[in-house]
Design a protein around this ligand. Structure first.
Ligand code: GDP
Ligand code: IMO
Ligand code: MG
Length: 427
């Protein structure tokens, strides 16, 4: 067996959580391989709505095993809140969630560092979710992070204190009055107290050698779906650096984030919105600053699932989409949120960029000055939220999808027409 992969092809929030939930009946195991609580994956069914940050989106079926892989970083405080959110709706993840011993912990001072670094950058700030992602991955690579497997060690407190002291020295060197910095609305000491309390929830779960579990499961013929977080254009290597996250969000991240060989990757599902959104700073060639952008934001409820920030909105960018398909080896495209464009009579798509007056068909090394070259297409101008089969698709929607398939040479096999599990059409 192979591991199928589902990941985002834009700047995150493509609707990955919804689609993983829809596809999960076809799998035995759902595994997150990178990122941390910067992710916010929304799942809606039977009138319920959940936003998951660390826990895989397969958690709603007690028959499915869910794995938080070694490539993920975990904040016990956020994790506990997720567990409580699920339990409040009678979903108990205790028996179908496994956590890699090699996943790293986000400490309260990682979050403080994130805030300090962002403040020091001024107008050049990344627009981070301030969940401590950059500093935690930095410590992992610098080889002094703390892993889940160390939670049960006798010297955990000592290790915590040593790393906190190192962080404190860096924080002090910036000279800010950090008593003014709040973490999720709490002052540092209150947050730290709650963080320690939350460790108990984390300790309660099964901590495993997830690379062995995943590979043995493959040998036993189990079907595994890897769930990406963020999106390809936020990848640490291939995104618009430095306005990126701190992990490999692309398909290659599955190998290091779960411990599988490249030859074990099967299908690659690439999720994209029918338009584009971005939260945080950085280039966005098709961004709209007019009423079209406002209409997209309003119709698509484009506000961050993790931070509540308004998302920047713009037209679909085929140059960027083709780049993402190339980097990930996408076998199946999944288009979400076409229903959001229902009120547009005309729709635009970027097919090229203009750089210093020249037309180019790739993302250049420095993409801060590119301008989108757009074509017009007729909109479907019809509410597609209640459509139940492709036979009911308006002709203009078929043409839009057909154009994307032709340009990307990749089939669009699923179209999502609303946030609910049921609003999903297989082609
Ligand atoms: P993720 O991070 O990729 O899982 O995406 P988010 O959950 O952050 O953001 C996607 C948002 O769009 C969520 O509020 C979803 O409920 C919603 N959503 C997903 N698919 C669709 C769709 O096809 N149409 C509409 N209107 N909303 C969708
Ligand atoms: P999901 O999984 C959208 C963005 C932040 C910021 C940059 C770096 O829900 O799609 P970080 O907190 O990683 O230091 O932020 O990346 N970002 C996301 N944008 N969806 C996400 O996750 C994101 N995770 C991080 O807004 O621009
Ligand atoms: Mg999200």
């Amino acid at each position: 067996m192979k591991v199928d992969v589902l990941l985002g092809l834009q700047w995150g929030d493509e609707g990955k959580g919804k689609i993983v939930d829809v596809l999960s009946p076809g799998y035995d195991i759902i595994a997150r391989f990178q990122g941390g609580p910067n992710a916010g994956h929304t799942i809606e069914f039977e009138g319920l709505k959940f936003v998951l940050h660390t826990i895989p989106s397969g958690i709603f079926d007690p028959q499915k095993q869910n794995v938080i892989g070694n490539g993920v970083i975990i904040d016990p405080f956020v994790f506990k809140k997720e567990v409580l959110q699920l339990k409040s709706k009678n979903i108990d993840p205790s028996n179908n969630l496994l956590i890699s011993k090699k996943a790293h912990l986000i400490l309260p001072t990682h979050r403080m560092l994130d805030a300090v670094y962002e403040k020091s950058k001024g107008v050049l700030k990344i627009g981070s979710t301030l969940k401590g992602i950059g500093p935690t991955y930095t410590d992992k690579v610098a080889r002094h992070g703390i892993r889940i497997g160390e939670l049960s060690g006798a010297d955990f407190q000592q290790k915590y204190a040593a790393l906190k002291e190192t962080h404190q020295r860096i924080i002090d060197s910036f000279g800010y009055d950090t008593s003014l910095f709040k973490i999720d609305g709490l002052d540092f000491l209150s947050y730290e107290t709650q963080w320690f309390e939350s460790l108990e929830t984390l300790r309660h779960f099964k901590h495993i050698d997830s690379e062995h579990f995943i590979n043995q499961s493959l040998k036993q013929g189990k079907k595994i779906l890897a769930e990406g977080a963020q999106g390809t254009l936020l990848d640490i290597d291939f995104g618009s650096y430095p306005f990126v996250t701190s992990s490999n969000t692309i398909c290659a991240g599955v190998c290091s984030g779960l411990g599988i060989a490249p030859s074990k990757v099967g299908k690659v599902f690439g999720v994209f919105k029918a338009y584009c959104t971005r939260v945080g700073s950085g280039p966005f060639p098709t961004e709209l600053f007019d009423e079209d952008g406002t209409l997209m934001r309003d119709e698509g409820h484009e506000y961050g699932s993790t931070t509540g920030r308004p998302r920047r909105c713009g037209w679909l960018d085929l140059v960027a989409l083709k780049y993402a398909i190339m980097l990930n080896g996408v076998t199946d495209l999944i288009m979400t949120k076409g229903d959001v464009l229902s009120r547009f009579e005309q729709i635009k798509i970027a097919t090229n960029y203009k750089l210093n007056g020249t037309l180019i068909d790739y993302i250049p090394y420095d993409d801060s000055d590119v301008e989108a070259s757009l074509i017009d297409m007729p909109g479907w101008n019809d509410d597609i939220g209640k459509v139940t089969s492709i036979g009911e698709f308006p002709e203009a929607l078929n043409r839009y999808i057909g154009f994307i398939e032709k340009e990307t040479e990749t089939p669009v096999t699923i179209v999502s027409v609303g946030p609910d599990r049921k609003q999903t059409i297989f082609r």
